[in-house]
Design a binder for this molecule. Structure first.
Ligand code: ATP
Ligand code: DP6
Length: 431
């Protein structure tokens, strides 16, 4: 994790007032850390657990970490002798943890606290909290997402990565082996392990070691390697999804033979192909593997009994539009991928981003102000003259959708892993 004041200045993380938590001023010293963490969207999907206890996957997966300037979770972790119990707030409300949330929360808090260091005063160099003393102080954790929660936009990935990163900063925790923090984050939510690094990140399934300590995330290339990669996200639904990823993959593992085949015979080859494509910045291969893997993941959902439908008619219309666009261009300029929900993530290159956005704005009309998160790009796309041949090709296969079919569009790019923020960004206010 880096401490980048520069990054903070570029993107000031002002906490919206509704997400600030007021606490009585403590009578004993309070220790705090605030971080922001990114989402990530997988090109090779994680779907299916090998061990529910350790929360480990049946196959490797690979994703791009997205820029926190656009989508982020911000988390403050505080601890104090005067707190009476551990507590968690999400988006301004205290979370009443059920058994599943509690297990995830405990795995992260206890896992990172076990790696804590002594806290040394910057000026006097005296130890102010010993490693073992941390255990005597309950933690209060507050977090918020600046994008829809539990709607299939990887909020759990950003959320648990932020939770782990805030605890690492609070306890000045040290890894005993590379990737150990990611092994802890995956116990919060599997996809969260990949959000601890920037750029393209692989999650190696592991399983050679009995305790699954080899099921860790590993950076493939950092965000500077293929700087031209862009993501255009079409928010088709901002509501909580009906079938959570955890529940969905549980049913898929027990009922889908296709999922078993995919994990054993398809993903290993695809991981090699996509890592090579990324190393060589070969968008043609990258885009094809990404689209095929999304299609196969949704095919396993259909092969699940009873079937799970994450993509809807609007999602399918985006698939058609992207294929028509690529056929017209005679190359892959955009690649779609869908997580466990109807929202489309379109990967493209910087040079095609405005053209792609112009296409999106033509067929998915704007709901109102703020429809596109980036007003400059929106303006460029509105002024962009789509080629007549492209419009003709799309019009043969797609219709202009209704206002509201797409609720919002995020334009973003690859970005770094979690960032430490200053105390002024704390979600706690002492009154
Ligand atoms: N900032 C956060 N801090 C802590 N926990 C969070 C945070 N954001 C989300 N979560 C947890 O993650 C859950 C949502 O996870 P879920 O997998 O259902 O949705 P998602 O991550 O948005 O979608 P997907 O993983 O399919 O892209 C929330 O109900 C909450 O328990
Ligand atoms: C479709 C996915 O987004 C599934 C993500 O699942 P989660 O990581 O949310 O699942 P849990 O480990 O049960 O919390 C694919 C991916 O991100 O690789």
């Amino acid at each position: 994790m880096t401490n980048q004041n520069e990054h903070e200045q570029d993107h000031p993380h002002q906490v919206p007032a509704a997400f600030k938590i007021q606490l009585p001023t403590p009578s004993t010293p309070i220790h705090s850390a605030t971080v922001s963490a990114p989402t990530n969207i997988a090109c090779i999907k994680y779907w299916g657990k090998a061990s529910s206890h350790y929360n480990t996957p049946i196959n490797d997966s690979l994703s791009l970490t997205l820029d926190q300037a656009d989508l982020r979770a911000v988390t403050t972790a505080s601890c104090c002798k005067c707190f009476t119990e551990d507590k968690l707030w999400l988006n301004g409300k205290e979370v009443q943890m059920n058994a599943s949330t509690l297990k995830r929360f405990r795995a992260c808090v206890d896992g990172i606290r076990a790696l804590a260091s002594d806290k040394v005063d910057d000026i006097t160099h005296q130890i102010v909290v010993t490693r073992s003393e941390w255990e005597t102080m309950p933690v209060h954790i507050a977090s918020y997402n600046n994008f829809p929660t539990a709607a299939g936009l990887a909020s759990s990935a950003a959320g648990y990565a932020a939770l782990v990163a805030s605890l690492v900063a609070l306890y000045d925790a040290r890894e005993e082996y590379p990737g150990q923090f990611s092994a802890i984050a995956r116990q919060g939510s599997g996809s969260a392990c990949r959000s601890l690094y920037g750029g393209f990140v692989a999650w190696r399934a592991g399983g050679e070691r009995e305790d699954w300590s080899d099921s860790i995330a590993e950076p493939v290339v950092d965000e500077m390697h293929w700087e031209e990669i862009r993501a255009v996200i079409l928010v088709v639904s901002n509501k909580e999804k009906e079938t959570s990823s955890t529940k969905g993959m549980e049913t898929s593992v027990t009922t889908s033979r296709l999922l078993e085949y995919r994990a054993k015979h398809v993903v290993p080859q695809r991981m090699k192909e996509i890592e090579k494509a990324i190393q060589e910045k070969d968008f043609e291969s990258f885009g094809k593997v990404t689209m095929m893997d999304s299609n196969q993941f949704h095919a396993t959902c259909l092969d699940t009994y009873p079937p799970i439908f994450y993509m809807n008619d609007v999602s399918k219309s985006v698939v058609t539009m992207v294929h028509v666009y690529n056929e017209w261009a005679e190359e892959i300029r955009a690649a779609y991928t869908f997580d466990a929900g109807p929202n489309a993530v379109l990967y493209t290159l910087e040079k095609y981003q405005v053209e792609l956005l112009a296409l999106v704005l033509r067929y998915y009309p704007e709901v109102g102000e703020g429809y596109v998160n980036n007003s400059e790009l929106r303006k460029e796309a509105m002024e962009f003259a789509l080629e007549a041949g492209l419009v003709e090709a799309v019009e043969k296969r797609c219709r202009v959708r209704d206002i509201g079919d797409v609720k919002m569009v995020y334009c973003t790019k690859g970005g770094p892993g979690p960032q430490t923020l200053g105390d002024q960004c704390s979600l706690f206010e002492f009154v």
